[in-house]
Design a protein around this ligand. Sequence first.
Ligand SMILES: Nc1nc2c(ncn2[C@@H]2O[C@H](COP(=O)(O)OP(=O)(O)O)[C@@H](O)[C@H]2O)c(=O)[nH]1
Ligand SMILES: [Mg+2]
Length: 285
Amino acid sequence: MNGEDRAAPSPAPPETAAGPAASGPSAAWGTGTWVVLPTYNEIENLPVITESILAALPGATLLVVDDSSPDGTGELADSLAAADPRIRVRHRPGKAGLGRAYLDGFGVALAAGAATVVQMDADFSHDPAVLPDLIRPVVTGSADLVVGSRYVRGGSVVDWGIARKVISRGGSLFARTVLALPVHDLTGGFKAWRGSTLGSIPFAGVHAGGYVFQIEMTWRAKLAGARIREIPITFRDRRVGSSKMSRRIIVEALVVVIGLRLEQVRGAVRRLFRRGDGGVDGGRE
Ligand SMILES: Nc1nc2c(ncn2[C@@H]2O[C@H](COP(=O)(O)OP(=O)(O)O)[C@@H](O)[C@H]2O)c(=O)[nH]1
Ligand SMILES: [Mg+2]
């Protein structure tokens, strides 16, 4: 989808660090924003996370994208949706990875005319209280993609062992260097997108694995000319439930990052040669 933002944007609150929380969130704050929340076995987190998200953005629509969680997360989401019209549920037939779930949810949000689309985890690693600050640059028009970042001044990770810290930070640094992308946190998944920016990215062929999906989407945003802003976040390890990420996914991410860069370089070389041919033939363009 490549459309204009059709839903009415939220009224812009003042650009203060405290955000709307200082005066209590207005009922309209978040209008036109869709929060896409992928879940797989998050039954313990779901009731509290949905409540916290909608407390932070009372005007938002919350889309739970569940891959037929065996623990009944999908059914619980249905009952929450029955009680609150702001909550929607997308049921998918089986576990197909975080990236696929996000792309599916993004498609639904964009088709509904979302002006702003937020992506976040359901396990409280991403603090819902940050949501007003996360969407503000998009809503006020100063950025097209806002990345919640652990690796800028003021950002941090708590509860992680040294090994996971090194892997995460090293992964971001590797991708940042290989892709020459001026973003410090490339593997995180707490982001706010301008709807039209997200809609301008071709979803076909985007890799679905957890980490590479995050890197690739930010990379594609940059290629599409998006203005990217990072805001500091504190990332906490999940409170309950278990992680679905694996070592294989990390290795896949490294390989795909190199592939993405090669693909871009090859495209640039091809364009250069085409231009060269035109020059020899005396053609224009
Ligand atoms: N729908 C769906 N959600 C998923 C899948 N894998 C992970 N998730 C969700 O994506 C978020 C992040 O996953 P998590 O396992 O916490 O990864 P980690 O934070 O990197 O350890 C959580 O909300 C998960 O429930 C999947 O295959 N399908
Ligand atoms: Mg997690």
